[in-house]
Write a new protein. Structure first.
Length: 176
């Protein structure tokens, strides 16, 4: 089975977080056909393991042991990523410098009490549900910055989340 691990908090400027080192962690675990997609913690790999929770735990345990830092890993397969794009969650909104289209992955399903869509008071961003573990957001970069949205997401969904641009999801799928 082929998966992508979406790692939280990867800073390419940190020597321990470079793609070659990230890939080595996955290879040392025993995963095969390990590839990275851009420098923000997107690692495609193959394994016979099908239990996503076990995959995530194995990856999260390996990082402090091998590279001396902690990260959350959210694992998805190709079909799950393709379903997001096929659903067309952003409608006709274009990913241009003025508007940023993001996909946020939740490690755990969102609570049923979560009220979405959410529109910021100043209407600079909106957050909406794509599925029970995935959110979409549209950000007007002329009115706010991405960290404002990230802060809201963490306050409402905790730190076991990670966000990628819609373009990054397309790149990951192309590399599968």
């Amino acid at each position: 089975m082929k998966y992508v691990a979406l790692l939280r908090g990867i800073l390419p400027g940190n020597p321990n977080m470079r793609n070659d080192r990230l890939r080595a962690v996955f290879e040392n675990i025993g995963y095969t056909d390990v590839k990275s997609v851009i420098s923000s913690g997107n690692i495609i790999f193959e394994t016979d393991q099908t239990d996503r929770v076990k995959l995530e735990k194995t990856i999260e345990i390996a990082f402090p042991l091998q590279l001396d830092f902690n990260t959350s890993a959210i694992v998805r397969n190709q079909a799950e990523l393709q379903q997001i794009l096929d659903a067309g969650p952003f409608g006709s909104t274009m990913d241009i410098p003025r508007s940023r289209l993001n996909v946020t992955f939740l490690k755990n399903p969102m609570k049923k009490s979560t009220i979405l869509p959410y529109f910021s008071d100043d209407k600079s961003y909106q957050v909406f549900k794509i599925d029970h573990q995935t959110l979409g957001s549209v950000i007007d970069t002329t009115l706010t910055k991405t960290p404002d949205v990230m802060k809201w997401l963490e306050q409402n969904f905790g730190k076991e989340i990670t966000t990628r641009t819609n373009k990054t999801i397309q790149r990951i799928l192309a590399k599968f």
